[in-house]
Design a protein around this ligand. Structure first.
Ligand SMILES: NC(=O)C1=CN([C@@H]2O[C@H](COP(=O)(O)OP(=O)(O)OC[C@H]3O[C@@H](n4cnc5c(N)ncnc54)[C@H](O)[C@@H]3O)[C@@H](O)[C@H]2O)C=CC1
Length: 407
């Protein structure tokens, strides 16, 4: 593969990204009218996702973890009913869009390089999909809504019972789809460690104007069925026993942190660590009762709740967190697990690095990890010791797609 040529042509495409993506979908749907039915009415998030995936591929061409990334992407595309014919149609339209966007820069060499590159991408994705099907993993899990509780206007707690075993690791997320918003999938973290009855909790922050969060909050009812995709994510426990760790949860970022702490309460009686729960106001500290229960089960856990002062801007809670982080912990000894809005993750990661935490020991689900992976997706939940030995699972989740709210 001529990586340099792929990068230089993609740089031209990037400058006309909006135009290229519009051309791509128009070409795809015009030449394959039935394919339109596979996509939701609102194509805007789809466009972002396509470009995020393409950018990831082009910026990781030399990364040995790319094959695993594409394998997982293929596995995740099973839920979209992607067929070999669709992969082929997408390739044709993608090249047409690139040719259109790059104009004179689209040489024969560029076309050859992109034809080969797309062929490889499609092969690796389809191989990932085939591996997951061969391992008996469904394309999605049907799950019944067994509890639907609203907490104030902004938060809904859902409990779902998947109809077949749904293996996942505490800290991971899944995508969810409901007939209320056909063909749309949104990611949500799983808020509990696996339970004997197989049920899972999701914390839904209601985003005004958001199609999925408003449907799940306002229209979904117990007894209905939703679909869940294969779980993913790199926010899984990987701290060796005896090493202290810090958990930082902002808003509904409490969900995966709660799952990790439930796991620690069950598996690690000698756990030493700190938990910061950050919320915009006291009323939004919805995880407080759970955090107190977990602190009783884990004697080595110190919990700090942080909110903004009354009538202060919401971002003040983050400032207050920074002040707390600066006081008194030997950060170079700590692993850190973060969950919350994308900007919050960026800022907290920077502060922790400045305070001495090893950046490779700060875990969250925003960026693909630097470490490549060569393991297949788990078909059963692994034990704690197996996971400590393992390298972090590659993830492709782009939380930027979940719009953060403006202060
Ligand atoms: N696995 C993960 O990382 C998860 C991430 N999330 C994300 O967490 C967010 C939760 O939203 P809400 O509950 O409405 O939280 P929120 O908007 O109320 O924010 C919670 C706290 O995060 C901080 N914060 C928010 N935006 C910030 C910004 N731009 N810069 C710096 N600090 C900021 C503030 O301290 C705020 O009090 C969503 O963006 C969601 O996508 C949610 C669940 C899991």
């Amino acid at each position: 593969m001529d990586a340099q040529l792929l990068k230089s042509t993609f740089a031209v495409v990037e400058r006309r990204a909006e135009h290229a993506v519009t051309y791509f979908y128009s070409h795809l749907f015009w030449n394959n009218p039935r394919v339109r039915e596979l996509f939701p009415a609102d194509m805007a998030p789809q466009r972002d996702r396509l470009f995020a995936a393409l950018t990831h591929v082009v910026t990781h061409l030399e990364d040995p973890g790319l094959a695993e990334y594409l394998g997982q992407l293929g596995r995740d595309h099973r839920k979209f009913l992607a067929t070999p014919a669709l992969y082929s149609a997408v390739g044709t339209s993608l090249l047409a869009a690139f040719a259109h966007a790059t104009g004179a820069a689209w040489t024969m060499e560029a076309e050859k390089a992109w034809t080969e590159a797309y062929g490889l991408v499609a092969d690796l994705m389809q191989a990932g999909a085939a591996r997951s099907a061969d391992a008996g993993q469904p394309a999605w899990w049907d799950a019944d809504v067994v509890r639907h509780e609203r907490y104030g206007p902004d938060l809904t707690l859902l409990t779902l019972r998947p109809r077949t075993p749904f293996p996942y690791l505490p800290g991971q997320y899944t995508s969810l789809s409901t007939p209320h918003v056909p063909l749309v999938w949104r990611t949500y973290s799983l808020a509990n460690a696996p339970r004997p009855d197989g049920t899972v909790d999701l914390h839904i922050g209601r985003v005004e104007g958001g199609v999925m969060s408003t449907a799940l909050s306002d229209r979904l009812r117990t007894g209905e069925t939703v679909r869940l995709s294969a779980p993913s994510g790199a926010l899984t426990a990987r701290t060796p026993p005896g090493k202290p760790r810090t958990f930082i949860a902002a808003g509904t970022g409490w969900a995966p942190i709660r799952a990790l702490l439930e796991e620690a309460a069950a598996d690690e009686p000698g756990f030493e660590g700190r938990l910061f729960v950050v919320a915009r106001t006291r009323e939004y500290l919805y995880g407080r009762a759970d955090a107190e229960r977990l602190a009783e089960l884990i004697p080595g856990l110190r919990v700090t709740y942080i909110t903004a002062a009354p009538r202060a801007p919401r971002g003040q809670a983050t400032e207050r967190l920074f002040q707390a982080l600066r006081s008194g912990v030997n950060w170079s000894a700590h692993d850190a697990y973060l969950a919350g809005p994308p900007d919050f993750l960026t800022q907290v990661s920077a502060i922790l690095a400045a305070l001495g935490t090893d950046p490779t020991r700060v875990f969250h689900d925003r960026l693909p990890p630097v470490t490549p992976v060569s393991e297949p997706a788990p078909t059963r939940a692994r034990s704690l010791s197996e996971r400590r030995m393992a390298r972090p699972a590659l993830q492709w989740h782009n939380p930027d797609a979940r719009a953060p709210r403006a202060f």
